[in-house]
Design a protein around this ligand. Structure first.
Ligand code: WT7
Length: 654
């Protein structure tokens, strides 16, 4: 086998890999051309990868015109997503493993769940939901560990036409309550505890707290996972496992329209409350399945592992929907990369003979710091391809991943996409598109990226260009709206650059036409691949009685990519002590969740503001980045002395 070679930082897959890949360079070029010149024909054909109950006659019906944004694909077709992920595989794959569940503690046996078992368990779960009165269009919130019941519950909702909204188990009771209320969910499904890294998060008790702030009609379905004692409210709390055992083992799937919502997933924006991103059934599933097949070069018999949590879109598209629609074997991992030791990822790869491994740069960076011996201990010869997602990957981490994990023979796909996009937007297709460390490279089929000058919104026509990244036309996997707020949807994504979908990211396109994502250009920060609105952290901070005002920005962080830097102005007469700093950190943890805890808090007697009172975040970012020599235009500052104090007392001097 020839190693994937590099000439001046460009890596191509080995001849061996290319020979077995779905696509080569010519195949990509031909298909891409077809996808953008005649999307109707291209997607009508691609949608045949799904089983339709009633075939569609219309393919694409979309408009990006601000004030009139409307996105519909395959609109008169009907199908069932759960049937596409399970039932249709029963003739050929009933006894094939659909999901390998790997528990937090390696001493606990892993589970191999076949497609037949997946059908039975999903059916039982669907019958439990039906017994609670859940039907088509109803919302169900999932607040679960990474356990098989999470997969059953997602697929059970899809089976009966209910809309799931998964809330990451690291979120606080407040965040959970907001999502239950915003989606007006009938039911929340949780577990007693979520084991992670040898510790346990009390999900049931968090849910109890959340439900104080919700309608008392909300039912609480509890998976007794660890078996530890919890409170129990008769009439409201339901033992899922017991109900599943007593339920009928089969549940018929319902027919839904291609444009009926499949799920809502809340994500952070630059302003206000989290946004309920809505994905629908037909286009989303076709796109998730297609990207899973081509981006990862998935073949029958491969074992696919995406390390994300089902609380994020990555888990939706590449643990559950994409792989299962393709009849794949997908791994669901309950644990963390460093428990019981820093070799866990590689131990699991060896144990289950993983073919494709997909993780976040932050995980790679943290494991990189622990030495190569953890990787070398394990047999990684089953690996064929590696992937990253969530944030730009720095070349050091890319090289480490390539050399020590991929042993120089696995293409690395750096997949750029978003909760909103449903699946990959820009990524090397292995075997077809050469890789460059740090570049997401080329658009997926049907994606028309454009680089705009943020100063005048003009499209950059030169190949080499820098600016903001927009997408010029719709693709089947994109979100359709924000739950209950179509106006906000148009404002957030289509108002700034008319006629385009605005990603919120900056980018550079090089001479070869390869795209390099440079990070968010709005007030969203990316902490360990988790998206966080600075406004959310600010509103949590000002909710504390000692805080008068707060401004939050991101700053470069070696492991997390970006850290959270908070400038806090205290109420008159409050002492800025270390104890208070700790208290505020803990406060944000409980208000939002551990991922939102500020890394650095600076006491700010005043914040730099314009005369009209607008906080000048650009200056705050510079100081947080420890790069304040050139602050840019400060002439509009109401009180320039504020800045000197902030520089003098800055927290990041690295
Ligand atoms: C934001 C979306 C959907 C995957 C998980 C994150 C950043 C994502 C990359 C990448 C550079 C990336 C962007 C994007 N991002 N992938 N390969 N290279 N940046 O989903 O929480 O919706 O965040 O993550 O800034 O806008 P998300």
């Amino acid at each position: 086998m020839t190693d994937q070679g590099s000439a001046s930082g460009v890596y191509t897959a080995s001849a061996d890999f290319i020979a077995n890949a779905h696509l080569d360079a010519e195949g990509y070029a031909r298909m891409y051309e077809a996808s953008v010149t005649d999307p109707d024909a291209f997607w009508a054909d691609q949608a045949q990868r799904l089983d339709w109950i009633k075939p569609f006659t219309k393919v694409k019906n979309t408009s990006f015109d601000y004030g009139n944004v409307s996105i519909k694909w395959f609109e008169d077709g009907t199908l069932n997503v759960s049937a596409n992920c399970i039932d249709r595989h029963m003739l050929t794959r009933a006894n094939q493993t659909a999901i390998i569940w790997e528990p937090d503690n390696p001493a606990t046996p892993s589970l191999h769940i076949t497609y037949a078992q997946l059908l039975e368990n999903t059916s039982r779960m669907a019958n439990v939901l039906k017994a609670q009165g859940v039907g088509k269009g109803d919302r169900v919130v999932l607040y679960l560990p990474m356990i098989p019941e999470a997969a059953y519950a997602m697929l059970a909702c899809a089976r009966i036409g209910a809309i799931h909204s998964v809330v990451f188990a690291g979120f606080s009771p407040d965040a959970l309550a907001n999502r239950i209320n915003d989606s007006e969910a009938k039911v929340v499904i949780t577990a007693d505890f979520a084991p992670r890294g040898g510790k346990k998060t009390a999900l049931k008790s968090n849910t109890d707290k959340a439900l104080f702030d919700c309608s008392d009609k909300v039912k609480c379905l509890v998976v007794k996972h660890t078996g530890d004692q919890t409170t129990w409210i008769d009439g409201r709390d339901i033992d899922v496992k017991a109900e599943m055992a007593a339920a009928k083992p089969y549940c018929a799937y319902v027919e839904v329209g291609a444009e009926d919502p499949l799920f809502i997933l809340y994500t952070s924006g630059s302003t206000g409350r989290p946004k309920g991103v809505v994905h629908t059934s037909g286009g989303y599933l076709a796109y998730a399945a297609m990207t899973h097949q081509y981006t990862f070069d998935y073949h029958d018999g491969d074992v696919f592992w995406c390390t994300a949590d089902v609380g994020w879109v990555t888990g939706h598209s590449y643990i559950i929907y994409g792989p299962l629609a393709n009849g794949a074997t997908t791994i669901m991992f309950e644990g963390v990369p460093t428990f019981p030791d820093a070799g866990r990822f590689w131990e699991v790869c060896a144990k289950h003979k993983v073919s494709q491994f997909y993780t976040a740069p932050t995980a790679i960076r943290s494991l990189m710091g622990m030495g190569t011996e953890w990787v070398e201990k394990h047999d990684l010869s089953s690996l064929k391809l590696l992937g990253t997602v969530g944030e730009p990957i720095n070349p050091e981490a890319w090289n480490w991943y390539n050399t020590h994990v991929g042993k120089g023979k696995c293409p690395i796909v750096d997949t750029f996409w978003q909760t909103e996009t449903g699946g990959h937007l820009i990524t090397p297709l292995p075997g077809a598109i050469p890789q460059k460390p740090g570049a997401a490279t080329k658009p997926f089929f049907g994606i028309k990226p454009v680089v705009l000058d943020p100063a005048n919104a003009e499209v950059q026509t030169e190949t080499a260009a820098v600016g903001v990244l927009c997408i010029a036309d719709s693709w089947p996997g994109m979100m359709r709206t924000l739950w209950g707020d179509h106006e906000r949807f148009e404002e957030a994504y289509f108002a700034q650059y008319r006629g385009y979908y605005f990603t919120g990211d900056g980018c550079r396109r090089d001479e070869d036409g390869d795209y390099w994502i440079t990070g968010r250009v709005d007030d969203v920060i990316n902490v360990s691949g988790h998206r966080m609105g600075t406004a959310e952290v600010e509103s949590a901070l000002v909710a504390h009685e000692a805080v008068a005002e707060a401004a939050v920005v991101g700053y470069p962080h070696d492991i997390k990519g970006q850290g959270i830097y908070a400038y806090v102005t205290l109420m008159n007469g409050i002492d800025p002590t270390d104890a208070l700093r700790k208290e505020l950190e803990g406060w944000v943890r409980t208000e939002i969740g551990p991922i939102a805890k500020p890394d650095l808090i600076q006491w700010a007697p005043g914040l730099p503001k314009t005369r009209s009172g607008k906080i000048m975040r650009r200056i705050l970012r510079k100081i947080a980045e420890n790069d304040f020599a050139v602050l840019g235009d400060t002439s509009t500052l109401a009180d320039p002395s504020v800045v000197d104090d902030l520089i003098e007392n800055r927290m990041n001097r690295g």
